[in-house]
Write a protein that binds this ligand. Structure first.
Ligand SMILES: NC(=O)CC(=O)C(=O)O
Length: 334
C-alpha cells in the first residue's frame, strides 16, 4: 500500500494497493491524465462472497465466527471475500474506543497481542489463498489517540494491500427515528483507497461514504472496476436508501458495486438493514439476500464494465468546463 497524502494524484499506483490524499484531489484535466501511467489490471472473472454475519459483544467470538464463515466461502470457491462494517464489534459510537486495536502498515509488523483482528485476516488469507476485505474494525492510532472506522484488505500471500479509514463520518439526526454521531468518538480518514487484484482494480469506501458521489467518481477516475462499500445501514435509512445508493453508484460510474452488511440482531441497539448485494455496471442487482445471516455469492466478470462505458460514454462526454458554481442574480442587477 502506498499513501500519497500530499503528493500529486496517483501517478504511481502500485500493483498491490493505493491510497491517495483527498486534499490533493486532481483538477479534471489532471484526473484524466492520471489514468495513463496508473494502468489498472485487465479485468476478468471472479467469484465474490459477501459475508452477512451476526456480530455480538464478544470480540473473540466475533473473530472466530468471521473465520468460520470465511472458510465456508473459500470452500465454495470464492476468491475475494468481504466482511461487513464493524465485524468484530457492535456498531455504536460508545463501542468504538473499547473495541479499537491498532492496524499495522505491514503484515510483518502484525502481532497477535496488539493486532488480533488483522492477524486473523493475514493468517486465514494466506492459508486459503484468497483476498480478504476486512469490512471494518475500530482502529486506534496509539500515537495520536485517534480512533478510526477502518477497512484493511489482505492479499492471498498475506500482505496488507489497502487500509481505508472511513472518510465521511455518519453524523445524522432524523427526529423521532435515529440520531447517530460517529464523530463523538471517531476521526475521519482523508484518503481515497484502491487495490489491485488479478481480476481488476477495486475502489473502497465504508458505509456512509457511499452517499458521496464525488468520492466514487474519483475511484472510477482512478481506474476502479469494482466499488466495495462494507456498510451497516439501519431500519430508518436502509429500506429506501441502501439499494438505491448502491445502484446509483453503479450506474454513475459504470462499475460493479458490492455492499456487505452485518446480519440484523433484533436485540441490538443499532439494527442493521442487512440486504448485502452485488450490483452490475448497468445497475442490475445480480445477487442479494434478506436480513438474516447469509453468504451472498456472485460470479462476476469485471470486463463487463466495458460495454456500458463504450455504449454510454458519459465519462468522455461530461462537461467539467461547465461544472463550476457561479453566483448569478436571477432578477438581474449586479
Ligand atoms: N452507518 C452508516 O455509516 C451510514 C448509514 O447508515 C446511512 O447512511 O444511512
Amino acid at each position: 500500500m502506498l499513501a500519497l497524502a500530499r503528493a500529486p494524484f496517483p501517478r504511481r499506483l502500485l500493483a498491490a494497493g493505493v491510497a491517495c490524499g483527498l486534499a490533493a484531489l486532481p483538477r479534471p484535466a489532471d484526473a484524466a491524465a492520471a489514468q495513463g501511467p496508473a494502468t489498472a489490471p485487465a479485468p476478468g472473472k471472479l467469484k465474490l462472497a459477501l459475508l452477512q454475519i451476526s456480530v455480538g459483544s464478544d470480540k473473540a467470538a466475533n473473530l472466530e465466527h468471521a473465520e468460520r464463515k470465511i472458510r465456508e466461502a473459500a470452500g465454495c470457491g470464492a476468491k475475494l471475500i468481504c466482511l461487513p462494517e464493524c465485524f468484530n464489534s457492535p456498531y455504536g459510537a460508545s463501542f468504538f474506543p473499547a473495541y479499537a486495536e491498532e492496524i499495522p502498515e505491514t503484515a510483518a509488523a502484525a502481532t497477535e497481542a496488539a493486532h488480533p483482528s488483522t492477524c486473523m485476516l493475514i493468517r486465514v488469507a494466506r492459508q486459503l489463498g484468497v483476498y480478504l476485505v476486512g469490512g471494518s474494525i475500530p482502529e486506534v492510532d496509539r500515537a495520536t489517540g485517534n480512533v478510526y472506522n477502518c477497512n484493511v484488505v489482505v492479499s492471498p500471500d498475506g500482505e496488507i494491500v489497502c487500509k481505508h479509514r472511513k472518510v465521511h463520518l455518519f453524523d445524522i439526526d432524523v427526529p423521532g427515528k435515529i440520531t447517530f454521531r460517529e464523530s463523538d468518538t471517531l476521526t475521519a480518514g482523508d484518503q481515497l483507497s484502491l487495490f489491485d487484484t488479478p481480476w481488476g482494480r477495486v475502489g473502497v469506501g465504508i458505509c456512509y461514504d457511499i452517499r458521496f458521489p464525488q468520492y466514487a467518481h474519483l475511484l472510477r477516475l482512478s481506474g476502479a472496476h469494482l466499488l466495495l462499500y462494507p456498510g451497516a445501514f439501519n431500519m430508518t435509512t436502509g429500506p429506501l436508501h441502501w439499494e438505491l445508493l448502491a445502484r446509483a453508484r453503479a450506474v454513475d460510474n459504470q462499475a460493479f458495486v458490492a455492499v456487505p452488511s452485518p446480519a440484523r440482531d433484533p436485540n441490538a441497539g443499532y439494527q442493521a438493514w442487512g440486504h448485502s448485494s452485488v450490483i452490475d455496471p448497468w445497475g442490475k442487482v445480480v445477487a442479494t439476500t434478506e436480513h438474516e445471516e447469509a453468504i451472498v455469492y456472485a460470479e462476476v466478470d469485471l470486463a463487463e464494465v466495458d460495454t456500458p462505458r463504450q455504449s454510454i460514454p458519459v465519462f468522455d462526454q461530461k462537461r467539467d468546463d461547465l461544472y463550476t458554481l457561479k453566483w448569478t442574480n436571477a432578477r438581474g442587477g449586479s
